[in-house]
Structures are given as structure tokens and as C-alpha cells.
Ligand binder design. Structure first.
Ligand code: ATP
Length: 248
């Protein structure tokens, strides 16, 4: 007997979010497959951060269905299973990256004997070994955001939600981070939902959710999007979909 298909890592049906008098997400229906790298793309203000907050359970006024790893978004059981990195780095700037990670590893219950090794490997994953013992307040913006990412990686979350993780990074670091994201998906089965307003990052994703003005324009692979619209690039496909007013 074959096992039933695993539930979507994220399962949204008619997901709507109102903020004040405005509807900022309108009836979104999509699934994010487990163990994949899904890009959430679209112009600034389109609702990417709002959707990510809904997925991690910190957004108010969410209606419709939103299940995460088989539980309603925000369920207490998900606290350790979902990692979330916001655009604003959330680290203690009067500690070093190593001290930050050691502290958060202790909070997560990593045993003292294993902590130093686990912290060292996580710092290496985000390419911060050389700055591990510098005070965080002396780090660049890109370095600080990688400390935040490392904190989220510590607990080996099954779903990692990353809000614009590559903003402000040079091309080499951007490439290295995307390599890390794919390693997490392939080697650990981690599901990654990554937002970006940079369309040229689309090809690094296995699947794309294109969001504009709170509506889902497309839910497809980069190749399928280009083929479907006859565009040479995902940016071209996006513009085509905007112009034709196509619904996902
Ligand atoms: N507190 C709020 N009250 C009402 N509307 C809000 C509030 N915060 C944000 N919005 C609106 O919700 C919409 C979606 O915002 P959101 O931050 O999710 O977009 P985004 O795609 O993540 O943009 P960016 O890439 O600039 O972060 C925007 O039009 C914004 O003006």
C-alpha cells in the first residue's frame, strides 16, 4: 500500500487579510510542496511580508484556510518547526555572532557539550566564521542579516520563511546563500519560502508565487511561466500577466 501524499508544507485556500479598511491579500489559494524552494515575488507593497507573517502566525485578521505543516498557522506546535527571518535583523548587537548563537541554542535546549560545535557549523553555513567573534554592532547590514539567518537555522526548522534574505548582499554572497538554501532543501528536506522583489532571483527557485496588489498572478515553475506567456524572462512573464490581467 502506498502512503498518502504528504500534506502541503503550506496549504492556503481563499486566504484573505484585511489591514484597517484595506484588503491587502485577496482570496489566495496555493500549496507549497514540502522540501522545495519557493519564491514569493512581486513589487513592493504587493503583500509578500503580510503573507509571510500569516504563514508564521503573527498576522492579525486572517480569514480562509491556512495550514502549515499540517496544523493551522500559528499553532503552538509549530513554534519550533517554523523558522522566520524578517527584513530587520533581530540579534543582540552588544554580543558577537557566536555569543548570539550560543544564547539562542541554549534557549532551544541544545546541550552545552554540543553547543560549540553546532554553533560553529551554523556560522560556517552562513559564511560568518571570520566574523564570529566581532561585536554584532560592528558588522555590515548583510553580515547582520546572516546572523539572523543563522539563528533561524539553529533549530533545524522544517519550514524556513525568509523575507528578502539577499537584500544588500554582493553577488558572491547571494550565490552562496542560494546554494545554502538548496542544500537545506535537498539534504535536510527543509521547505523554504523566500521573498524577493528582484526578479532575476526567480530562476533560483523551483516554484514561484507571483503576487501583485494582494492577488496571486501565478503559481508555477519559472520555465512554465516563460513558456505560458512566451516571455524570455520571469520579469517579462510577470509584465505579460499584469497586462493581460490573468488570474492564477
Ligand atoms: N498597518 C497597516 N495598515 C494598513 N495597511 C498596511 C499596513 N501595513 C502595510 N499595509 C499595506 O499592506 C500592503 C502589503 O504590504 P506588505 O508589507 O505585505 O508588502 P510587501 O510586498 O512585503 O512590500 P515590501 O517588498 O516593500 O516589503 C501594502 O499596500 C501596505 O501599504
Amino acid at each position: 500500500m502506498t502512503d498518502p501524499a504528504p500534506p502541503g508544507a503550506v496549504h492556503a485556500r481563499d486566504l484573505t487579510v484585511r489591514r484597517g479598511p484595506r484588503t491587502v491579500l485577496s482570496g489566495l489559494t496555493f500549496d507549497v510542496r514540502p522540501g522545495t524552494v519557493t519564491g514569493l515575488l512581486g513589487p513592493s507593497g504587493g503583500g509578500k511580508s503580510t503573507l509571510m507573517r500569516a504563514v508564521v502566525g503573527t498576522q492579525a485578521h486572517v480569514t480562509g484556510t491556512l495550514d502549515v505543516l499540517g496544523r493551522p498557522a500559528g499553532h503552538p506546535d509549530l513554534r519550533r518547526r517554523v523558522g522566520y527571518v524578517t527584513q530587520a535583523p533581530s540579534v543582540y548587537t552588544d554580543l558577537t555572532p557566536r555569543q548570539n548563537l550560543d544564547y539562542f541554542a541554549a534557549v532551544l535546549g541544545v546541550r552545552r557539550a554540543e553547543r560549540a560545535g553546532h554553533v560553529g557549523r551554523t556560522l560556517a553555513d552562513v559564511d560568518l566564521t571570520d566574523h564570529a567573534d566581532d561585536l554584532a554592532r560592528t558588522l555590515s547590514g548583510g553580515q547582520l542579516s546572516r546572523v539572523s539567518l543563522a539563528v533561524a537555522l539553529l533549530g533545524r526548522p522544517e519550514l524556513l520563511v525568509l523575507d528578502e534574505p539577499t537584500v544588500g548582499l554582493d553577488p558572491v554572497l547571494r550565490r552562496d546563500l542560494w546554494d545554502l538554501f538548496h542544500r537545506l532543501a535537498h539534504e535536510h528536506g527543509t521547505t523554504l519560502l523566500i521573498s524577493s522583489h528582484v526578479m532575476d532571483e526567480a530562476d533560483r527557485c523551483q516554484r514561484l508565487l507571483l503576487l501583485r496588489e494582494g492577488r496571486l498572478l501565478a503559481d508555477d515553475t519559472p520555465d512554465a511561466l516563460r513558456t505560458r506567456t512566451g516571455a524570455g524572462t520571469v520579469e517579462g512573464a510577470f509584465l505579460h500577466l499584469v497586462e493581460t490581467g490573468a488570474a492564477a
